[in-house]
Write a protein that binds this ligand. Structure first.
Ligand code: SAJ
Length: 454
């Protein structure tokens, strides 16, 4: 009689395996759609009934997932969704793609993973493959997920199979999507690795097996800590360049010409998103438990976290050249999403800048074609604020425009032509203008001061 593993392997290869994805966000929905496209019947499990309803109606709510794809899979009976974990009884594989935020104390918030695993454990049956994708500290799969699932009496690596495979979704990336980004896979046992590689290999072009779940967990943390630390480095360089009358943007662009051994990162108003500002602290939290002091991560967090304050000082300086104070000035924030051309606002530094300006007495407005409203609970102002249009003829009413997110849709010529002063934190305005004050770059000529003195 075929072993449990061989039976599951055959189900995966024949596409008869019923696949499930817990968490239908910007990671889970694209994965469910790729599994459906690969020929599996994919079932999403999400607590948010609106997401389930959207899938039922054949509608995508994730910009990187085409509604046409959802519709097609729905009509082929290859995609459905539910809020009820009881469906796990009918599933052969499950990928867990739930958030891993930080608590206010910068400690990992494992509640989403624990809740998902509890839901699965209730209906776990022999022959299942469970893969955790959520970014988390090394040891989570072995120390948290495995014991919770083995509490059912089933044994990992024998009765069910367990692996970790980090998500590598870059929202809005036009080139790299779920199917063509190499997928790292680390199993609890070699058989677990092989089964996870079979599942992903059916939908993703390149699979990268590693020797354990901990290696796979650490790979992801290296990837994102690498970004956070290098962004912190270039942000610190911007603060130096500001004092040394050097244009940091010109420096980075010239350094980028080095054909080897260098990778360009750019300064900005701070670190946004649900990954880069957060994931490194999962690693530092775990490292501290071994008595190790992860200084790079903490220092990068300090520098990146301080950038919104630096932006506000830049606004104060710019207004000062017009003999104005932040207090009482009308200030427009151009862009609140955490990076260009997307609608996600999580951890966006724009929210910090808005709160800091409001606290200093500014009349704060924002424009963002992707974000129609910021709710009171999302920023220090505590009240709902709706986006205003940033159109030619409407910009002169503001004392200062602060470019926080360089959406391609903004009319930068109109901003330069009409704004009293502009603080550009993204090098969105390439040419020097007397009314444009760039993060990490010297003021143009001295014209700005003279205008103020007139
Ligand atoms: N940022 C800078 N300077 C830079 C690059 C980024 O200030 O040179 C800022 C961005 O404005 C943003 C934040 O850092 O606020 C994060 O940007 P990001 O480009 O790292 O994008 P994320 O967080 O949406 O997605 C990243 C992925 N991005 C890239 O690889 C380009 C990838 O690292 C992960 O797949 C993903 O996090 C994740 O889910 O972990």
């Amino acid at each position: 009689m075929a072993s449990t593993a061989e039976t599951l392997r055959e189900k995966i290869r024949s596409r008869r395996a019923r696949t499930g994805v817990v968490g239908l966000g910007y990671v889970g929905l694209p994965l469910a759609v790729e599994l459906g496209k690969a020929g599996f019947h994919a079932t999403g499990i999400d607590l948010d009934a609106r997401k389930v309803q959207a899938i039922d109606e054949g509608r995508s709510y994730i910009p990187d997932v085409a509604t046409a794809d959802v519709q097609a899979l729905r009509s082929q009976g290859r995609l459905d969704a539910t809020t009820d974990f009881a469906i796990v009884r009918e599933l052969d594989t499950i990928n867990i793609c739930v958030p891993t935020p930080l608590r206010k104390t910068k400690d990992p918030d494992m509640s989403y993973i624990v809740s998902a695993v509890e839901g699965i454990a209730k209906h776990l049956h022999p022959g299942m493959l469970i893969v955790l994708e959520s970014t988390t500290y090394p040891g989570t799969t072995d120390e948290v997920v495995q014991p919770m699932l083995e509490a059912t009496g089933l044994k990992a690596g024998e009765d069910f199979f367990l692996a970790f495979s980090p998500e590598r979704v870059d929202p809005g990336n036009p080139t790299f999507q779920t199917h063509n980004v190499p997928k790292v896979v680390g199993g609890f046992t070699p058989t677990c690795s092989a089964l996870a590689a079979d599942l992903y290999g059916s939908a993703i072009e390149t699979i990268v097996p590693v020797s354990s779940t901990r290696v796979a967990e650490m790979v992801k943390l290296l990837e994102n800590t690498f970004r956070a630390v290098n962004i912190g480095l270039v942000n610190e360089l911007a603060l130096m360049c500001d004092r040394m009358n050097i244009d940091v943007w010109e420096v980075v662009d010239a350094a980028k010409t080095k054909p080897f051994g260098f990778m360009a990162f750019y300064p900005g108003p701070g670190l946004g998103g649900h990954c880069i500002p957060i994931d490194p602290f999962y690693l530092s939290w775990k490292a501290k438990q071994t008595g190790f002091d992860p200084r790079f991560i903490e220092l990068a967090g300090h520098i990146n976290g301080g950038m919104p304050h630096y932006v506000v000082e830049k606004v104060a300086d710019a207004l000062n050249t017009r003999r104005k104070a932040i207090n009482g000035s009308k200030i427009l924030i151009a862009g609140v999403a955490y990076k260009r051309d997307i609608d996600d606002m999580r951890e966006s530094p724009a929210l910090d800048v808005m709160g800091l300006l409001l606290a200093r007495g500014a009349d704060v407005s924002y424009a963002d074609p992707y974000v129609p409203e910021v709710h009171g609970r999302e920023w220090a102002g505590g009240y709902d604020i709706r986006a205003v249009d940033l159109t030619r003829g409407s910009i002169g009413q503001y004392d200062c425009v602060v470019i926080i997110t360089d959406h391609k849709a903004f009319d930068y010529n109109a901003i330069v032509a009409e704004a009293e002063v502009v603080v550009d934190t993204r090098n969105a305005i390439k040419e020097p203008h007397p009314n444009v004050f760039k993060l990490g770059a010297p003021r143009t000529s001295g014209a700005a001061e003279r205008v103020g003195a007139a």
